[in-house]
Design a protein around this ligand. Structure first.
Ligand SMILES: CC(C)(COP(=O)(O)OP(=O)(O)OC[C@H]1O[C@@H](n2cnc3c(N)ncnc32)[C@H](O)[C@@H]1OP(=O)(O)O)[C@@H](O)C(=O)NCCC(=O)NCCS
Length: 175
């Protein structure tokens, strides 16, 4: 499937796009239960809202008649505001020199396995290279199935660190 990959900077303010991205985010998340609306919003802010608002130039959506998937990123993970909202980041600080950028990606459940995720990551990598960013990383569950997706895209550095007794897999790719 060859979807249209659009920079989020071009569609910022389009409420329909934001609503569809938001829906994909909550559908894809393993966390389903929230004690109230404000906890749900904080979760959205942590992994998506912060990125869309502060780094729209590093966010991409795949579209056909609706949004099929999105990727968001920061170019430099060493960021005190991010450390505050995502305290686990600090555990991996020693790898940020080599792999400074990080991303979060999700595709609509009906659009998975069709190449959309790969297209989104490639669009992001192209942009990061124009910014002279040397490397990119992701974090996922130590036994997550999506590990294969990143391996195929060339994320060939792997390290596991523990945060609050839970293992987190860090995967890095040099650009
Ligand atoms: C992970 C995800 C973003 C990948 O996007 P995608 O569009 O499905 O992936 P692509 O079709 O571009 O896949 C590229 C390759 O990775 C493999 N792959 C993708 N997702 C995989 C998965 N969950 N398990 C194993 N392999 C996977 C595909 O088999 C494909 O290999 P191929 O080219 O040899 O066929 C998407 O499947 C998704 O949103 N999954 C659910 C949420 C999630 O895991 N998000 C990432 C959180 S870290």
């Amino acid at each position: 499937m060859s979807a249209l990959i659009v920079s989020y900077a071009e569609v910022t303010g389009d409420e329909m796009v934001l609503a569809q991205v938001r829906e994909i985010f909550f559908e894809s998340s393993t966390k389903k239960d929230f004690k109230d609306a404000s906890e749900k919003e904080a979760f959205f802010e942590k992994y998506l809202g912060y990125y869309l608002r502060n780094h729209p130039e590093l966010a991409w959506v795949a579209q056909e008649d609706k949004v099929l998937g999105y990727v968001v990123a920061v170019a430099d993970s060493q960021d005190d505001v991010l450390y505050k909202i995502q305290p686990h980041l600090k555990t991996f600080e020693k790898y940020f020199g080599q792999y400074p950028a990080h991303l979060h990606i999700n595709c609509h459940v009906e659009s998975r396995g069709k190449g959309v995720g790969g297209q989104l990551v490639k669009a992001l990598e192209k942009q990061l290279k124009t910014m002279n960013i040397q490397g990119l990383h992701i974090m996922t569950g130590a036994d997550a199935l999506n590990k294969k997706f990143y391996q195929k895209l060339g994320f060939d550095f792997e390290a596991i660190e523990f945060f609050h007794d839970s293992p987190i897999l860090f995967m890095g790719k040099s650009l």
